[in-house]
Design a protein around this ligand. Structure first.
Ligand SMILES: Cc1ncc(COP(=O)(O)O)c(C=O)c1O
Length: 381
């Protein structure tokens, strides 16, 4: 099956009872057994649910993996991946990651569970090598990163992970399997916030992990039923509906983002633009080699700094000033006060996340309307 067919069809067969072409929403907590010790494959929805099972199979296929495991949020998915490790373990992590990830690592896992984390610019393989210690057990990579859109060479990370016997995990939320399939570049684990592009319509919060390794899948499934951070059958059904148009939506997100990035780069009030599809992106060539498209996320700064950025974000009319990303509607975000507000200011500045940075999740509206909205808001900035 070609990729664009897998998003629509993989893992989805007509419902055996009715022939329904769309998998039914099995909105049930429990399942009646045929007799003691004999069920029909399901007993309790925290452990397993038919609608969730279809989604897990579909996501595994589109990532090119064998096993999919879905959770109630992207953060729950991150948390389950980290719970494979033990206290005392050390993780080397991309320095520019979603703020919720560093909050979880630094304020829960480090102080309460004795784990330690070193944040490095993983677009620099030498820095990653230098950060590895005897107790390092995992490489946690985000690419492209939130919000600075840094791109990491996944093949280089795979070599480092293999040489050092590390678990190699990639948060691929920004790229989506349409443009990047980390398992093909040697990752053991690929993780998504399905809240974003995979569902794509700003309707649900969800997360997923895909792996080819049975030992990891067994642990993730065990944690799923033991901790119970599971998505509702209805939410799984919404993600499944969203995934069917993933290829089409991503093509439009990407095409629109390229046009918006080029518009911003040429605008006199814009000081800098970061988009992996621009030749000016420092890792454009790596992005081009490992991704088949550049997705819909852009970050930029205005020449007028924080006041101008604030005026722009308050001045947009079509774009929504909102926390999330990866949905059909264009959304604009101020990372310093929104998504990354809990990253200490010194840390934010050290990794290049300035207070004036504006993040744009380019939607699938007509690009002329998006640009016109930014143009009128820039005039006020
Ligand atoms: C790259 C990335 N990973 C993980 C998450 C967490 O996902 P969720 O909000 O679904 O818990 C986010 C949320 O913005 C994200 O941007």
């Amino acid at each position: 099956m070609k990729f664009d067919t897998t998003v629509v069809r993989a893992g989805i067969t007509p419902d055996p009872t009715t022939g329904s072409i769309v998998p039914p929403i099995y909105e049930t907590a429990t399942f009646v057994l045929e007799e003691v010790g004999r069920d029909k494959g399901f007993d309790y929805t925290r452990a397993s649910n038919p609608t969730r099972q279809v989604l897990e199979s579909n996501l595994a296929h589109i990532e090119g993996g064998k096993y999919g495991v879905c959770y109630s949020s992207g953060m729950a998915a991150v948390s389950m991946c980290l719970q494979i490790l033990n206290s005392g373990d050390h993780v080397v992590c991309s320095e520019d990651v979603y703020g919720g990830v560093t909050r979880y690592f630094n304020r829960v896992l480090a102080p309460q569970f004795g784990m330690s984390f070193t944040y490095v610019d993983t677009s620099d393989a030498d820095m990653v090598r230098q950060a590895i210690r005897p107790e390092t057990k995992m490489l946690w990579i985000e690419t492209p990163t939130n919000p600075l859109l840094k791109v990491t060479d996944l093949e280089a990370m795979s070599r480092i992970a293999k040489e050092n016997g590390l678990l190699y995990a990639v948060d691929s939320t920004f790229a989506t399997p349409v443009y990047l399939r980390p398992l093909e570049w040697g990752a053991d684990i690929v993780m998504h916030s399905t809240t974003k592009y995979l569902s794509g319509h700003n309707q649900i919060i969800g997360g997923a992990v895909v792996t080819n390794r049975e030992d990891i899948a067994d642990k993730l499934k065990f944690l799923q039923k033991t901790i119970g951070a599971v998505p509702s059958p209805f939410d799984c059904w919404l993600v499944l509906s969203g995934v069917k148009t993933l290829s089409l939506r991503m093509a439009r997100h990407s095409e629109n983002a390229q046009a918006v990035a080029e518009f911003l780069e040429a605008h006199p009030k814009v000081a800098s633009v970061v988009y992996p599809g621009l030749k000016s992106h420092p890792k454009h060539e790596i992005a081009k080699a490992q991704m088949s498209g550049f997705s819909g996320m852009i970050s930029f700064e205005l020449t007028g700094g924080i006041p101008a950025g604030t005026a722009l974000m308050n001045g947009v009319e079509l774009c929504g000033l909102a926390e999330s990303l990866g949905a059909v509607e264009t959304m604009i975000t101020h990372p310093a006060t929104m998504t990354h507000a809990e990253v200490p200011v010194e840390e934010r500045h050290a990794r290049g996340l300035s207070d004036g940075l504006v993040r744009l999740s380019v939607g699938i509206e007509d690009v002329e309307d998006i640009i016109a909205d930014l143009e009128q808001a820039l005039a006020k900035a």
